[in-house]
Design a protein around this ligand. Structure first.
Ligand SMILES: *[C@@H]1O[C@H](CO)[C@@H](O)[C@H](O)[C@H]1NC(C)=O
Ligand SMILES: *[C@@H]1O[C@H](CO)[C@@H](O)[C@H](O)[C@H]1NC(C)=O
Ligand SMILES: *[C@@H]1O[C@H](CO)[C@@H](O)[C@H](O)[C@H]1NC(C)=O
Length: 401
């Protein structure tokens, strides 16, 4: 046996003992001091005999892909591969009892009634942006996926991430088979059809991530806007009304988030800031070749729920702060859990053990280029996504999560 193995041999039991000792101290605290967030630790050590069987985010500690009896019965007559109505939300509720399914995909004219988002500033809500949203929604006139998809009795959705893991897997035709194909930001389809498919039901994007070359927008897809800062809504209004981009206004910069300011300060110091796009952390599209009727605003609830409930990122008084913004991919999955009967993903996950593998399927930037992010918490986010995969709530076609 190597010396290092011997050391492990000794260390492991010590760590287990230490953990039990440590947790029993916490148990004491729990009994006498009412600290509910310690429940997960207790359940871990006590094997669920005492305390909660849920972790501190509220997910069942013991996850498996099995169907509870009532669901197994409900789907017992469906043949293999047939869409299971209500599956994602029902399975989610079994591992996360707090899950409340109704949450509209997009904002509609009644958006001010959405209690969970109206008191939060972007990105967790729309407070201060009501008037601008009203004017945008008056122009878009449509607030759903379109008649055909909205009337489907059972929808199967796929969220296509941008990961290099999609390259050379020939998943294109499988991806195109889904009723709803969700793509993110500028990830291209042309030239990559064999691996990523050609169908795009919607493309969810924020200003800095939007496709910049008008000819690269695919036809028949919805332009779905996800706001991360107040200034983003102003950009969207200019895209909807086809106005000339003019965002450089003192007042916009003043309401800018701390995160945006820091990013911008960094860009300026690196000489990468572009005139006319101050307040954005990289250059943004100046024109989106979409009719207003093909544009939608993603319900900001999905950002809020993913951040504070599912992943457990710091609340920071409900404001954008260090490491409390979920990535767009996880926001899209959260949206799908509420609005699709089955949810599948592909192209998600980074494998840090292969630094020379491509980060995205469409460019040669290497995995090693990924830097510690100020806004996201990739590792905490991955813990959440792993729970979904483990419980079979989502299927990961590329096994990167
Ligand atoms: C499955 O089919 C059988 C026979 O047609 C029927 O009696 C039963 O109610 C069905 N079960 C469900 C859950 O629909
Ligand atoms: C995919 O295949 C092409 C052509 O064989 C090759 O050049 C490329 O490196 C491959 N990409 C990955 C990520 O394996
Ligand atoms: C991510 O979360 C972990 C655990 O809460 C924390 O220790 C870490 O500092 C966070 N990272 C970032 C970038 O906020």
């Amino acid at each position: 046996m190597k010396p290092s193995h011997k050391l492990l041999f000794v260390l492991c039991p010590m760590m287990v003992l230490g953990f039990i000792y440590y947790s029993s101290g916490k148990l004491h605290l729990h009994v006498w001091g009412q600290k509910p967030q310690l429940e997960a630790d207790i359940a871990l050590t006590m094997g669920g005999i005492v305390g909660s069987v849920y972790d501190k985010e509220g997910f069942l500690l013991k996850l498996d892909g099995q169907l509870p009896a009532e669901l197994a019965y409900k789907y017992s007559n469906l043949s293999e591969g047939v869409c299971k109505p209500g599956y994602a939300a029902a399975k989610m509720t079994t591992i996360y009892p707090k899950f409340m399914k109704p949450a509209p995909m997009f904002l509609d004219r009644n958006f001010k009634r959405l209690a969970k988002v109206r008191n939060y500033l972007p990105p967790f809500g729309f407070k201060t942006q009501e008037r601008i949203i009203d004017s945008i929604l008056t122009a878009t006139k449509n607030y759903g996926l379109g008649e055909d998809l909205d009337s489907l009795g059972c929808k199967r959705c796929i969220i296509v991430g941008n990961g290099g893991i999609l390259a050379n897997k020939s998943l294109g035709s499988r991806i195109d088979d889904y009723d709803v194909v969700v793509r993110l930001n500028e990830a291209p389809v042309t030239g990559f059809g064999k691996d990523v498919g050609t169908k795009t039901t919607m493309r969810i994007t924020y200003p800095e991530g939007a496709i910049q070359k008008p000819e690269r927008y695919e036809k028949d897809s919805l332009f779905v806007f996800s706001a991360f800062k107040p200034l983003d809504f102003k950009w969207l209004r200019q895209m909807v009304f086809k106005e000339k981009l003019s965002l450089l206004k003192r007042e916009d910069l003043e309401i800018e988030s701390e995160a945006g300011r820091r990013e911008e300060a960094r860009k300026v110091s690196e000489g990468k800031s572009e005139r006319g796009t101050e307040g954005f952390w990289k250059s943004v599209a100046h024109y989106v070749p979409r009719e207003p009727t093909e544009m939608r605003i993603l319900n900001p609830y999905f950002i809020q729920e993913a951040a504070f409930q599912f992943i457990g990122l710091p609340l920071n008084n409900g404001l954008m702060g260090k490491g409390n913004i979920p990535t767009l991919g996880t926001v899209a999955i959260t949206m799908a859990l509420h609005n699709c009967d089955e949810v599948v993903v592909a192209g998600f996950g980074y494998d840090m053990n292969t630094p020379h593998a491509p980060l995205h399927y469409y460019e040669t930037v290497k995995m090693s280029a990924i830097k510690e992010s100020w806004t996201h918490n990739i590792s905490k986010e991955k813990e959440f996504l792993r729970k979904l995969v483990k419980a079979n709530i989502i299927t990961d076609l590329t096994n990167g999560i």
